[in-house]
Design a protein around this ligand. Sequence first.
Ligand code: KG4
Ligand code: ZN
Length: 380
Amino acid sequence: MAGAYILGIESSCDETAAAVVYSGERLVSNVVFSQIAAHQPYGGVVPELASREHLKAIVPVVRKALADAGQTYQSIDALAVTQGPGLAGALLVGIGYAKALAFALDKPLIAVNHLEGHIHSVLLEERQNNNRPITFPVLALVVSGGHTHLYLVEEKDQHWSYQNIGHTRDDAAGEAFDKVAKLLGLGYPGGPVIDRLSTHGDPAAVKFAASQLKHRDRNDKSDAGAGPRFDFSYSGIKTSVLRYVEIQGMQASIEARRKALAGIEKPALQDYLLHCDKQTLNLVASFQRALVSDLVTKTLAAARACNAATLFVTGGVAANNELRQRFEQDAAMEGLPVYFPSRPLSTDNAAMIAAAAYPKFLTREFAPMDFSAEAGMALR
Ligand code: KG4
Ligand code: ZN
């Protein structure tokens, strides 16, 4: 089997990233330039701003990834770039640059689905750290700011296939974290701050009804087939938090907190705690508990129904402490092995893109020079 150094490039959302991975099994370098500071004043990602930030960062980020790896443009074996899903303008920056490099260097270029990348971040680290054999079928929960998907994953002769058996009907889980943080005056992104604040509140203080999805998703145009579906829904819980805030008259204290935190350049946990009363901490902890319980319960039900042998949990929200603990505990009770990426590889990065590209390198699945970004790209 041919070994290969693959340079991965990722620009689908608000991280400009480049990495070098050897044969999908060894992380050689990993550079992530986060645009959070640019988007923070707007409380979310501004697509136009994201494209401009990618344009500024992409050349130095790629140069650093090569330098950190002790590689050069000439010494790498292939390039890989995210084709979608993501923001069209942001994706085009990475794709345009990767195409130009591949053409100038006369190296193969591999187009990778961002969601496939999240799944391969788990495989990359598992090969690198433990190298235990993975038993199939794998059920993969990809849970991030833009996505909440369940895939049944199979592999045969380096060909990976993915069957979507569930997705969110409305907001992604990470989006719910971000929107709740925004409405509570906690800034952007919401996941990391809610994660840290939750341990300071009572998760049983506020009751949220679990989302009930009684009908199949009539808007689902994917190749879902007739099998059972395990869909999610997170816009209801965000609205419940908003109702609670209104009923409890919390708006004035939220505004005060928003102002106070806006004046601090990089708020630390102590700053957040100083500006959060007990009621807010209880609300945050209860929200996180409800969302995590729903994700874990539905995913484990899907794993049972599909006879999954292994569970992967990946994507930005997989960095969440309570989510990891609950999955580890509940999956262990069912004898189901569960794998997560390390926290740096849970959120967006290019190592996962380079890792997912390696099987395609082996089967010579190279991208034609006229391929373009696919903002709504499905994973199959
Ligand atoms: O995978 P990612 O970097 O980008 C997308 O593909 O969307 O995920 C970013 C999302 C954001 O919504 C962020 O709030 C969430 O992941 N996130 C977390 C945590 N860290 C990041 N959510 C919950 N707990 C965390 N510790
Ligand atoms: Zn992602």
